[in-house]
Design a protein around this ligand. Sequence first.
Ligand SMILES: *[C@@H]1O[C@H](CO)[C@@H](O)[C@H](O)[C@H]1NC(C)=O
Ligand SMILES: *[C@@H]1O[C@H](CO)[C@@H](O)[C@H](O)[C@H]1NC(C)=O
Ligand SMILES: *[C@@H]1O[C@H](CO)[C@@H](O)[C@H](O)[C@H]1NC(C)=O
Ligand SMILES: *[C@@H]1O[C@H](CO)[C@@H](O)[C@H](O)[C@H]1NC(C)=O
Length: 314
Amino acid sequence: MMIIMRMKGVVILAGAALYVVLVCSRINGERGCNVYEGEWVYDDDHHTYPLFNSTACPFIRKEFDCIKYGRSDHHYLHYRWQPNACDLPKFDGVKFMRKLKGKKIMFVGDSITLNQWQSLTCLLYTASYGSNVTHHANDLISTLTFQDYGISVTYFNSHYLVDIEMEEFGRVLKLDSLKSGEIWKGFDVLVFNTWLWWHRRGIKQPWDYIEDEGIVVEDMDRTVAFTKALMRWAKWVESDVDPYKTKVFFTGVSPAHYRGEEWNEPGVRDCSNQTRPMTGSSYPAGEPLASKILKDVLSSNTTSVHLLDITTLS
Ligand SMILES: *[C@@H]1O[C@H](CO)[C@@H](O)[C@H](O)[C@H]1NC(C)=O
Ligand SMILES: *[C@@H]1O[C@H](CO)[C@@H](O)[C@H](O)[C@H]1NC(C)=O
Ligand SMILES: *[C@@H]1O[C@H](CO)[C@@H](O)[C@H](O)[C@H]1NC(C)=O
Ligand SMILES: *[C@@H]1O[C@H](CO)[C@@H](O)[C@H](O)[C@H]1NC(C)=O
């Protein structure tokens, strides 16, 4: 629960990062500012923060509605990300929707991505107050459509990006299969992520076998499996996504927040008491291995994927 609250920061950031890249792309390149290097600062401008009121966002899932479920401090709603080398514009939902008029945006990934989707949709909902917003959902896909701008923002639930298929002997995680790609293809903006599920075991592991290069095994090195799946995904991006039509983003790796040693609080086993972001621009435990792997695959196997490099923001 608190992990989700902690990730709230990531969320707003992803919305803000998308905003910067899609709406204000000049800011990113012009001055060579790396917007991912910086720190969270408390902003006491009460007209601007919080950026949305979760109670007034009708489709927010209960696990993300911290205030409704009793979080008493509101400090965390007033942070803004301050890059070291430049300033970010304030998020402007109307500007976002004008710029992306008629576009279809899809988020594909695990709960971190769900969180981002949720946050962006609440930001846009707040900005489009009074206009016609429709919501369609099933187990796999959830779409908000902002009718006045013809913009849809979809969440596609996928823990691994590659497929899990039911065979007669059990559920198989197929490192070389990406059938859902057929559904993702038609979108104008795609935002992916995957990582935290690769190390799940026991009842939290939603598959029984792994298929790799046509061979079915009970298990394998999870980091290797993750790398192979990312390469498969990268191959799909290069062969099936038209870079002139679709902008592709990948949300970087968030540290897991289960081991206090990683943030200088040895013995702590979760982040239920963490209510303020860390200061500075680095994570004491250093960059997670998965983040390095992801950067390698993106740089050597893709040509136009933008990494939303949120590791030190989360
Ligand atoms: C948030 O929205 C709820 C429901 O619309 C409203 O009762 C509440 O006053 C709002 N809170 C703030 C801080 O605006
Ligand atoms: C909202 O948009 C949907 C789909 O375009 C339409 O069917 C519905 O009548 C609209 N509702 C309102 C209140 O305008
Ligand atoms: C959180 O902090 C309170 C007060 O310092 C302490 O009693 C509690 O054990 C802490 N909980 C965890 C999970 O660290
Ligand atoms: C990905 O990049 C690595 C390192 O450059 C290379 O060995 C591999 O063949 C590439 N894979 C694909 C599918 O392009």
